[in-house]
Design a protein around this ligand. Structure first.
Ligand code: BDP
Length: 613
């Protein structure tokens, strides 16, 4: 899906701000026809933001079901004979959109952009009543999955299997877009590099889809450093070369624009769209992760889109602050745990050279973990007709394809993570994941594919790692296991690493989570879990293990910052494993990591030079 873009042929108007708002307490608002007239409410809701933390009302916060959002949209008189669409960056978890009384789209899945065509419902110079019904319910057909329980007093309770708060709302910007009826609707750009005496040459290949009347395509490739054209071409599918190419480089960036012009036979411009891209290579070989042929060592975090007041609502300043803190601490990468992040966030990574492991919203596909670590009791089989079934798998496949469709042109994305901590030690899990790993490869043959392995499925139990290119491990030695006993934890952790190395030769290992809950300001001279001192000692121990094995090619601490979770006896106002507090103040461990990662970064891509064999 293309981004909203202001170009000579396209207009974009923001629809963010205050919308009329009403909670659909009985989830029968659509049947009652609320969308057919001005919402009967005095409440308003800010877009974008999560609903949950802005109303001083526990019932609104805990509501399981639908919220109605509504606003009137003025259609400019001068828009003429064009296509008019409304585009949502994300609505969590599902949306039904009405123009006036008419349903114009429904979308299942909370972290992806979608559009609804308003053309037939918009009169130039008139207004359209736009109603969005946001549904926060998760069941086993959803990614992420969940289950709704009916409590003794008749209330609905949303049970879910992931460790972050089930925020809901219109989470990313809404745009009104006008574009020519004949327009570019998609572009896929792939790149390659050949080395020569006069510097590297970039080979850029494009594949463009257009809608409407047949039109010709002309291409100009522009270097963003100078705004100067460096290559030209033509055709819906084609390629061009960039001599002395500026490679997209971790820590630096380096972008080009593919400027696409649709023109008619006389050469008159019909549509113009610019897609940014970078020229770089990514490859997994001999236990290494190579970017532009050089071994890359990942430092950084698993993160969350999570803040006071706005919950998961996108705010540019929040993204910028998080990115500035990544730079301050010397991190070169992040994982979009546990769902795709906003497009603005990803654009920033592309521009600034931040390396991204891009994750689908497939989290909590493991009833064993939910029953164990996170405090539930009943543990039915994860995969089965009444739990995660064919419908779940179909939705999961769709989420993989959507993520790749949205982010395929991003140089920052070097690896797809198709799930976080799913069950992976059973035959059923292999049956479930084999087609999904293939779906990712079919959708993008250019990038490695992985999934994030849970502690319950170590090398001698796991049944799916051979389907993937890298090993990504979430491990909590010294926290959930051997709690407080770091000597024993280190022994166990080393033994497991050695097990993976022996059983999976050639596959590099990234530690995608390791962490210890820590209350800022709590101290002890002992190895006392929850203190800042223990958090530092815990991470020192992890660093020792990472430094001991060449096969370990990355460390992404859990988590960048403290974040909100559901209520539970293992959580004190949320998860406290952050290097920063929820309001982004550093804990002691942040200084430790800053010292460590800035030294590693001194060796550019990471700490190790290519092996000499
Ligand atoms: C892992 C999950 C992550 C949790 C973390 C924890 O991947 O979402 O927040 O553990 O328990 O299981 O802190």
């Amino acid at each position: 899906m293309l981004a909203p873009q202001l170009t000579p042929t396209r207009t974009v108007l923001p629809l963010d701000g205050m919308w009329r708002f009403r909670v659909d307490w009985n989830n029968d608002g659509i049947d009652a026809g609320w969308q057919n007239s001005r919402l009967d409410t005095r409440h308003e809701m800010a877009v974008p933001a999560s609903v949950n933390d802005v109303f001083a009302d526990e019932a609104v916060r805990n509501h399981v079901g639908c919220y109605f959002y509504q606003r009137d949209v003025q259609i400019p008189m001068e828009w003429g004979d064009r296509q008019i669409v409304v585009r949502f960056g994300s609505v969590t978890h599902h949306a039904v959109v009405f123009a006036g009384d008419t349903e114009i789209t429904r979308f299942k899945g909370g972290y992806m952009p979608f559009e609804a065509d308003l053309t037939a419902h918009a009169t130039l110079g008139g207004t359209v009543r736009l109603t969005v019904v946001v549904d926060n319910r998760l069941d086993y057909t959803c990614i992420p999955p969940g289950r709704i329980n009916i409590l003794g007093d008749g209330r609905r309770e949303q049970e879910y299997l992931h460790d972050f708060y089930n925020y809901s709302g219109i989470h990313r910007s809404v745009h009104l877009i006008s574009r020519p009826r004949t327009h570019v609707s998609d572009v896929t750009i792939t790149t390659d590099v050949t080395a020569g005496d006069a510097g590297a040459t970039g080979i850029v290949t494009w594949d463009i889809t257009a809608e409407g009347e047949p039109a010709e395509v002309t291409i100009t490739i522009i270097d963003q450093r100078t705004d100067e054209p460096v290559a030209t071409g033509s055709g819906h599918a084609g390629s061009a070369t960039i001599t002395d190419v500026n490679l997209w480089t971790p820590g630096v960036g380096g972008l080009y624009d593919l400027e696409i012009r649709l023109v008619d036979q006389d050469g008159t411009l019909i549509d113009l769209y610019r897609q940014h891209f970078g020229v770089r290579t990514v490859e997994v070989a001999h236990n290494q992760f190579l970017i532009n042929g050089r071994p890359f060592y990942f430092t950084g975090f698993g993160m969350h889109e999570d803040h006071e007041t706005v919950g998961k609502g996108h705010v540019d300043a929040h993204v910028l602050q998080d990115m500035e803190l990544l730079s301050w601490i010397g991190a070169n990468s992040l994982r979009t745990s546990h769902y795709p992040y906003s497009e603005q966030w990803m654009d920033y990574c592309d521009r600034q050279g931040i390396v991204v492991i891009d994750e689908t919203p497939a989290v909590g596909l493991n009833l064993g973990v939910a029953g164990g670590i996170l405090g539930g009791t009943e543990v039915p089989a994860t995969f089965g007709p009444d739990t995660l079934n064919d419908q779940t798998q179909a939705q999961h496949k769709l989420e993989i394809e959507r993520l790749i469709a949205r982010d395929k042109n991003r140089p920052s994305v070097v690896l797809w993570s198709i799930a976080n901590e799913p069950e992976s030690q059973t035959d059923a899990s292999r049956e479930y994941f084999a087609p999904l790993a293939q779906a990712a490869r079919d959708a993008d043959p250019t990038r490695p594919v992985g999934f994030v392995n849970v502690m319950l499925a170590p090398y001698d139990r796991d049944k799916i790692t051979d389907l993937f290119d890298v090993i990504m491990l979430n491990r909590y030695y010294g926290w959930y296991f051997q709690t407080g006993d770091l000597a024993n934890a280190e022994r166990e952790m080393r033994a497991e690493v050695e097990g993976w190395i022996t059983t999976h030769p050639g596959k590099p290992i990234i530690f995608t989570e390791f962490g210890a809950d820590t209350v800022a300001g709590l101290h002890s001279i002992y190895h006392q879990p929850w203190t800042e001192d223990f958090q530092v000692a815990y991470h020192r121990m992890n660093s020792r293990v990472f430094d001991a094995y060449d096969e370990i090619i990355g460390e992404q601490m859990w988590n960048f910052a403290d974040f909100q979770t559901k209520v539970g006896i293992v959580r004190v106002d949320g998860n406290k494993k952050g290097a920063f507090t929820r309001d982004r103040r550093p804990k002691a461990v942040a200084r430790y990591l800053r010292d460590r990662w800035r030294k590693l970064d001194a060796a550019a891509y990471g700490r190790r030079e290519p092996k000499q064999n």
